[in-house]
Ligand binder design. Structure first.
Ligand code: ATP
Ligand code: MG
Length: 256
């Protein structure tokens, strides 16, 4: 059974079908790439899987269980995490606070307990903090845990955002252009981190315009054009597919 199944998905904005009858699945342990020209529907697909975009038609299943009626936080609780195409960190909060935001889907003590500062809540806070420190350790940033996130370089901020997504202990991590705008010298740590995350058992879906990164990291690549399935295969198959070359690889993406 696939970890994630998308079937006949359609997402329409007025007359525009941003995703148009798309079916695909993601296997446990994969790093699956999704590529396609600007406006192909990649981010819309992520939004639909994460639950922040209503479906016009179709279904999404996680481990065989339909999730399309679940709220975003319920999907996060089931193990779906993502980062955003436009960086979403809080510059005035510290690194550790930024990561702790991502830990909360598993928090159990509840709102009233938090308001009253009950012992169970304080214990939970400590556990969350420990988990967040562990994530920062993965980045080698534990010693800067209390510095404001606004002090980080752009590449480091992208890493911090990934660490926050990981803090929820996801089964699937969706990364929307993790190296877009990141200077060349800062890209290697992001690539390393994605490999490390995957080696630890997290399935990754990667949207990225940087072909070298996609070809080097992914075991399977889905190509979208105008919201539709264009091709799917290994990096080697995709690089040699004449339709893909015509539709995408032959043209320079707007923000590669
Ligand atoms: N909220 C929205 N309202 C109306 N149209 C939208 C909305 N979100 C996306 N679209 C449109 O849907 C299409 C797909 O957009 P999407 O952002 O998913 O593309 P993408 O593949 O992520 O592109 P890029 O590579 O530029 O990030 C585009 O034509 C876009 O303008
Ligand atoms: Mg996008």
């Amino acid at each position: 059974m696939a970890l994630l199944d998308v079937e006949n998905l359609r997402i329409s904005f007025g007359g525009l079908h941003a995703v148009d009858g798309l079916s695909t699945s993601v296997r446990q342990g994969q790093i699956k790439g999704i590529i396609g020209p600007n406006g192909a529907g990649k981010t819309t697909l992520f939004n639909a899987i994460a639950g922040i975009q209503k479906l016009s038609a179709g279904s999404i299943r996680l481990e065989g269980r339909p999730i399309e009626s679940l709220q975003p936080w319920q999907r996060a609780g089931l193990g779906i995490a993502r980062t955003f195409q436009n960086l979403q960190i809080f510059p005035e909060l510290s690194l550790i606070e930024n990561v702790m935001i991502g830990c909360h889907p598993k928090a159990r003590a509840g709102f009233c307990g938090a308001l009253l500062g009950l012992p169970g809540v304080r214990r939970e806070e400590r556990t969350i903090e420990e988990r967040a420190y562990a994530q920062l350790g993965l980045l080698g940033m534990q010693d800067r845990a209390l510095s404001p996130a606004g002090d980080l370089s752009f590449g480091e901020s992208k890493l911090l955002e990934i660490a926050r997504a990981l803090a929820a202990d996801p089964k699937i991590l969706m990364l929307d252009e993790p190296i877009a705008g990141v200077p060349a010298a800062e890209q290697a740590p992001v690539v390393r981190m994605i490999r490390e995350i995957n080696a630890r058992g997290v399935t990754v879906i990667l949207v990225e315009h940087n072909m070298r990164m996609v070809m080097g990291l992914c075991d399977e690549i889905l190509v979208l054009r105008s919201g539709r399935f264009l091709a799917q295969g290994t990096p080697r198959e995709i690089a040699a597919d004449p339709e893909v070359i015509g539709a995408y690889l032959g043209e320079e993406p707007a923000h590669a």
